[in-house]
Design a protein around this ligand. Structure first.
Ligand SMILES: Nc1ncnc2c1ncn2[C@@H]1O[C@H](COP(=O)(O)OP(=O)(O)OP(=O)(O)O)[C@@H](O)[C@H]1O
Ligand code: SF4
Ligand SMILES: [Mg+2]
Length: 318
């Protein structure tokens, strides 16, 4: 288990956005082999912007305005296009909310797998078929030939999403970045996909960052949970701690708003997150916080470490 402790991803004080407008502010975390970080927060808090900034995938790039992102010690903010091509799909993969974003709908699935594998590995047809069979089996996809011979639109949504996950896994990447991988699925398939992601982590020791609206998903999947609000990671820690002993008023409100684990966010949390162009200095949660004081409006958003692996951004703890 020595490998399990190896660091894969280190995000240091990342500021990222679009043009000169910062959305994600001063975000830091690091993950070792086999660790899964779940990121929750309401719509528009900057979750996708963060994952796009980390992925550095062409065409999805947000502008990185500050900070550093290290993948196995290599700074992704300074990486050449050639190194980027080498890493993406091979060492780092992405899964999106809808299979349409991950799969090419005008090409048969078998061809997409072959192209992905051939762009990074010199493998024979037989070896490729064997690799696909192995990945399909590990996530419970049977009927391999029929699937490979189909177009994505010929499969059900749940099946297509599992195929998209298999495609993201086929080169056994070290890091998977998943943006709401289960949100478009019905509850039964959601549970299956989570079990499959966990099985893949078990088998290949894959590190993952998983964005979700669903607290049940993080509680089942993630070692660490990050809660985003107004582009900041307002609470971060071991999932058990964050969900059972939340400290930040926003986390408490989110959890209070969820009737039971497995419920969708947010239910019953009044108001909405601020638009980024409306954000002023101070705590972004001020207008909705039950504990807000005047000083919160000029709070400098400094991070308070409450325990070795648990931190928050809130004046009450500063
Ligand atoms: N391509 C873009 N250009 C400019 N602004 C953008 C772009 N994409 C997102 N934004 C802005 O960034 C902010 C954060 O959006 P983001 O998609 O990161 O949020 P999110 O937390 O993923 O929300 P959701 O849960 O709805 O997916 C939003 O205010 C949005 O308007
Ligand atoms: S800083 Fe103030 S307004 Fe913000 S979450 Fe903490 S108590 Fe609430
Ligand atoms: Mg999003």
């Amino acid at each position: 288990m020595e490998n399990y402790r190896d660091e894969i991803l280190r995000v240091e004080n990342i500021v990222a956005g679009y043009g000169n407008m910062p959305i994600v502010r001063d975000i830091s975390f690091n993950l070792k082999k086999g660790e899964i970080l779940g990121i929750v927060g309401e719509s528009g808090c900057g979750k996708s912007t963060l994952i796009k900034a980390v992925s550095r995938i062409n065409g999805l790039n947000t502008d990185i305005l500050g900070g550093k992102i290290f993948f196995e010690g290599q700074d992704l903010t300074k990486i050449s296009n050639e190194d980027k091509r080498r890493l993406l799909g091979n060492d780092i993969s992405m899964i999106f909310q809808n299979p349409e974003a991950s799969l090419n709908h005008s090409r048969k699935i078998g061809i997409q797998f072959t192209e992905t594998i051939r762009s990074h590995r010199d493998m024979s047809k037989e070896e490729i078929r064997c690799r696909i069979g192995e990945i399909f089996e590990s996530i419970g996809l049977t009927d391999v030939d029929r699937i490979l011979n189909s177009y994505p639109f010929e499969l059900s949504g749940g099946m297509a999403q599992r195929v998209a996950i298999a495609l993201a896994m086929v080169l056994k990447p070290k890091l998977i970045l998943a943006d709401e991988p289960t949100s478009a699925l019905d509850t039964t398939i959601q549970k299956q996909v989570i079990d499959e992601l966990l099985a893949l982590r078990e088998k290949f020791n894959t590190t993952m960052v998983v964005i979700t609206h669903n607290i049940g998903v993080v509680s089942k999947l993630a070692n660490y949970t990050g809660v985003m609000y107004g582009g900041r990671l307002v609470e971060y820690g071991e999932t058990e701690k964050v969900l059972k002993e939340p400290i930040h008023p926003y986390t408490k409100a989110l959890l209070g708003a969820v009737p039971k684990l497995g419920g969708e966010l947010p239910v019953g949390l009044a108001g909405r997150p601020p638009k980024f162009h409306e954000l002023k200095d101070g705590c972004a949660f001020c207008k909705r916080c039950a504990y807000a004081k005047e000083e919160c409006e000029c709070f400098d958003n400094k991070v308070t470490q409450v325990e070795s692996n648990h931190r928050v951004i809130c004046l009450r703890e500063a």
